[in-house]
Design a protein around this ligand. Structure first.
Ligand code: AP5
Length: 207
């Protein structure tokens, strides 16, 4: 069969990026992530201003900007895992006009854990690798010294991102609960346990 077309949804910090990398590697599919694409083009002027103006406040970047990124990426992908999109009902409508999904993975994580993961996250600017101040710091001192915090991982912005998620993206998850390939994953487990559950669910649905 054709390569799987997978959507991964969940709150900020639920582990979408972490598990999307696993999926891309395991199935040889494209990792399409609106968050990374926007971060790489933060200061590009659009008719709505720059992505930075929205991202640093934890707000959604306007649909027109994000829809275009996704359409272009999906056009050239032979199988994909879509991460960070759709985030509101209008983006759902747009996505449904351009592709069909085989599997929808929902990473379910309680809010308290999300705040801890995001405010403690540190990123290696050279490799893009994620770490955590409490339980996952690199052994190499040089790497440790160059770690940075994402602009939107400060406590106030995290609170706003979670509010935006509740208002805009929870209805998206409710929408996909009726999809034949929908599966809820307990995202509070360790990354390896989450991955094992995801792999089992995807194998079952795409064989
Ligand atoms: P985006 O980059 O998509 O951020 P997000 O959805 O808020 O998600 P994160 O990347 O913060 O978390 P994640 O779920 O990927 O978790 P991760 O694996 O990193 O979006 C950023 C901004 O861009 C938005 O606020 C918006 O402004 C804009 N934007 C993006 N898409 C848009 C769209 N469609 N429309 C409009 N605007 C858009 O893990 C988090 C941390 O937890 C890491 O430290 C990781 O190591 C750790 N971790 C992961 N899994 C586990 C585990 N199982 N146990 C313990 N720790 C774990």
């Amino acid at each position: 069969m054709a390569q799987p077309q997978i959507l991964i949804v969940g709150a900020p910090g639920a582990g979408k990026g972490t598990q999307s990398s696993n999926l891309a590697e395991e199935y040889g599919i494209e990792h399409v992530t609106t968050g990374d694409a926007l971060r790489a083009n933060k200061d590009v002027e659009t008719e709505h201003g720059t992505p930075r103006e929205y991202m640093e406040d934890g707000e959604l970047v306007p649909d027109e900007v994000v829809n275009e990124i996704v359409q272009e990426a999906l056009e050239s992908a032979d199988g994909y895992v879509l991460d960070g999109y759709p985030r509101n009902e209008s983006q759902v409508e747009y996505l449904e006009g351009i592709t069909e999904l085989d599997v929808v993975l929902y990473l379910d994580v309680p809010e308290e854990e999300l705040v801890n993961r995001l405010t403690g996250r540190r990123v290696d600017p050279e490799t893009g690798e994620n770490y955590h101040t409490e339980y996952d710091m690199p052994a190499d001192e040089e790497v440790r010294d160059r770690l940075v915090q994402r602009d939107d991982d400060t406590e106030d912005t995290v609170k706003e991102r979670l509010r935006v998620f509740e208002e805009n993206t929870e209805p998206v998850i409710e929408h996909y609960e009726d999809h034949a390939g929908f599966v809820r994953i307990d995202g509070e487990q360790s990354p390896d346990e989450v991955w094992s559950e995801i792999k089992g669910a995807v194998d079952e649905r795409v064989e």
